[in-house]
Design a protein around this ligand. Structure first.
Ligand code: ADP
Ligand code: ADP
Length: 229
């Protein structure tokens, strides 16, 4: 489930400055497609359109063949999970930060997701910057640990569609490799849209789409695109 199709999508935040000019691509159910392109190309815009934070001016966006304008906001949000570049945690325990994606999760579900994402040891803590009522400080999490929290949240929510928006770009190389490995596990057999600005970070995608000036400049496998470079 969760097949995505963009068909001739036109979008502009301001009428006189088009961002997407007739973009068409598909992410078959369970596959991974990467959107690559320079900063400002409209990559994050694609994920915002999928959430329907904005409506497109022309074309259609389909999930499992259904126009997303015919789907409620609630079911759209339930269908899509996102691991952003920087995960923002709110003032509650890490465990509750995980549960936020799925309020009916049991403690057992939360613990199981935390275990898989390897954050099991600190889910009872508050995040950094917050204090308990008795004045204990929250835990300072590294960038990699925060991404693990985002991954655990996604495991718990188990959405059919996953968006990875520059999910490893704020990490150092060693941590990036570790988090990428964890993301590969979560995205396996799940419809996944990866947003990245470098080709080198999306080696495992089934297809890579290079977006420039609002349309597709190139597309293919990682190997094929490297060969044309
Ligand atoms: P990318 O993710 O490829 O770096 P974005 O999708 O974030 O690009 O942005 C594409 C373009 O749209 C950029 O020029 C950006 O400045 C512009 N943009 C993004 N968000 C808004 C907004 N809310 N209002 C107006 N312009 C925006
Ligand atoms: P940018 O870095 O391009 O300025 P952000 O990464 O802050 O933009 O967010 C991209 C868009 O995705 C924003 O509109 C934001 O509200 C939305 N967003 C980010 N994380 C989530 C999430 N977990 N669930 C739903 N929407 C999200």
């Amino acid at each position: 489930a969760g097949a995505i199709a963009f068909r001739d999508v036109h979008f502009a935040y301001d009428a006189n400055r088009p961002i997407l000019k007739g973009l068409s691509f598909e992410v078959p159910a369970g596959k991974t497609v990467a959107i690559v392109g320079p900063s400002g190309a409209g990559k994050s815009t694609i994920s915002r359109l999928l959430y329907r934070f904005y409506d497109i001016q022309q074309g259609e966006i389909l999930i499992d063949g259904q126009d997303i304008r015919q789907v409620t906001q609630k079911s759209l949000r339930n269908a899509i999970g996102m691991v952003p570049q920087d995960t923002v945690l709110f003032n509650d325990t890490i465990a509750y930060n995980l549960r936020y994606g799925r309020l009916d999760a049991t403690d057992r579900d939360v613990e199981a997701a935390a275990e898989i994402a390897q954050i099991g040891t600190f889910i009872r803590n508050l995040p950094d910057g917050f204090r308990t009522m008795v004045g204990e400080r929250g835990l300072k999490l590294s960038g990699g640990e925060k991404q693990r929290v985002a991954i655990a949240r996604t495991i718990l929510k188990a959405p059919p569609i996953l968006i990875l928006d520059e999910a490893t770009s704020a990490l150092d190389t060693t941590t990036e490799r570790e988090i990428q490995a964890a993301l590969d596990v979560v995205s396996k057999n799940r419809t996944t849209l990866v947003i990245a600005h470098r080709l080198s970070t999306v080696i495992n995608a089934d297809e890579i789409i290079v977006v420039k000036d609002g349309t597709i400049a190139e597309r293919g496998t990682h190997q094929a695109l490297l060969a044309t470079d």
